[in-house]
Write a protein that binds this ligand. Structure first.
Ligand SMILES: [Zn+2]
Ligand SMILES: [Zn+2]
Length: 372
């Protein structure tokens, strides 16, 4: 038996069948990006130009997340009959620890002051030079110090009623951080301007999946999706987000449009989006669109891809242990989660950097924390 409304909010059929308050016809999909920069930090475009780009590319919502600056624009922006909800945010930047704060109004301190002075010096120097000394040789645990920063930043975001997202784990977080962090449920499993680069060049495939962590974590510990999978296996119920982390809207560089999410919500407002995000009623994508995403009362997960010409698709159902329990070549696939799967999530592939990921669906009766 599956946990219905709490664990499987993506299931409209179940919402009907078990009397949850939302009605299917009231829900629709909204497209949005939760991580973008302007020239208020290291982007190359004004907030107005950034907003225009997302409006013209038919996004429904956008979070502006400059480094250590809270965006001043918020609310619905309209142009040529299109509406974009602008969510004020900040990318709280503490050395290499980056956490986006969504829908906050006051600036979130970086949290670096929570570290011991010698650690801050080390991290600052490390960030500047990218020299890779082994921190343990310096007499402190970088992990414990960084966990203090994560905790301080996440607490400050939650205290404002905001929503925290751990950014680009390949750069900022090892699985140990993801497992031990508290008060945060969202991680970027695809940041187009970090993961896209490493996917294209396949660098992370050429290094072992385990090894000594460094502050500048890059690919030595596996992809963001792999770290997500490891954290899920340790009982952490993270939801995975895709973002573009756009910095550059002219010329080349960290461009816009390489990753986003679709949220199924009752209306285009932050309270409605937040509710659906917290219920896991969304999926992450770099281009694949699901025309169906559902789970039946028997726990059968189904996705159907809206196909594009000249593309072929693979749909993988992935369980605890990062195990592919079913793989389908085509645009439609179903799988019924078994007890031994613990959870099942979908990854769809349609070519290089053309993917989509659903959130994990859990099997009732298993407490993931009890899984070794
Ligand atoms: Zn960042
Ligand atoms: Zn960023």
């Amino acid at each position: 038996m599956l946990k219905y409304c709490r664990s499987l909010p993506i299931v409209l059929l179940l919402l009907f069948a078990f009397g949850c308050p939302l009605q299917a016809e009231e829900l629709r999909w909204f497209k949005g990006n939760l991580h973008a920069h302007t020239n208020r930090s290291d982007g190359d475009a004004s907030p107005a130009d950034v907003i225009r780009w997302y409006l013209e590319h038919e996004y429904d919502f956008l979070a502006i997340t400059d480094h250590n600056v809270v965006a001043s624009i918020r609310g619905i922006v309209e142009k040529d009959g299109r509406r974009l909800l602008v969510i004020p945010g900040q990318e709280v930047t503490s050395g290499m620890i980056h956490i986006t704060a969504l829908n906050v109004s006051g600036e979130i301190p970086s949290g670096l002051e929570l570290m011991a002075d010698e650690v801050t010096e080390y991290v600052t120097e490390h960030f500047r030079t990218k020299g890779l000394n082994e921190p343990r040789a310096l007499g402190f645990s970088l992990l414990s110090q960084e966990l203090k920063v994560i905790e301080g930043v996440v607490d400050a975001i939650n205290a404002q009623g905001g929503l925290a997202v751990l950014c680009h784990p390949v750069m900022s977080f090892d699985v140990e951080h993801l497992v031990q962090a508290k008060g945060v449920r969202f991680i970027e499993i695809w940041n187009a301007n970090v993961d896209g680069m490493y996917s294209v060049y396949s660098k992370w495939k050429k290094v072992p999946l385990t090894g000594i962590s460094t502050t500048y974590r890059m690919p030595t510990r596996g992809s963001a999706e792999y770290r997500w999978s490891q954290a899920l296996d340790e009982g952490k119920r993270y939801y995975g987000i895709a973002v573009d982390d756009a910095h550059h809207f002219s010329g080349s560089g960290a461009l816009a449009g390489g990753g986003w999410i679709y949220v199924r919500a009752r209306e285009l407002s932050w309270p409605a989006l937040k509710e659906s995000l917290e219920n896991g009623d969304f999926y992450a994508t770099t281009g694949i669109i699901f025309k169906e995403l559902s789970v039946t009362a028997e726990g059968e997960v189904t996705v159907e891809i809206a196909p594009e010409p000249k593309r072929t698709y693979t749909i993988k159902f992935i369980s605890h242990g990062n195990k592919v329990v079913k793989s389908v070549s085509g645009t439609r696939g179903s799988y019924t989660a078994r007890e031994e799967d613990v959870y099942v999530r979908v990854r769809a592939d349609g070519g290089v950097n053309h993917m989509a990921w659903t959130q994990p669906v859990y099997y009732e009766g298993i407490n993931p924390k009890e899984i070794a």
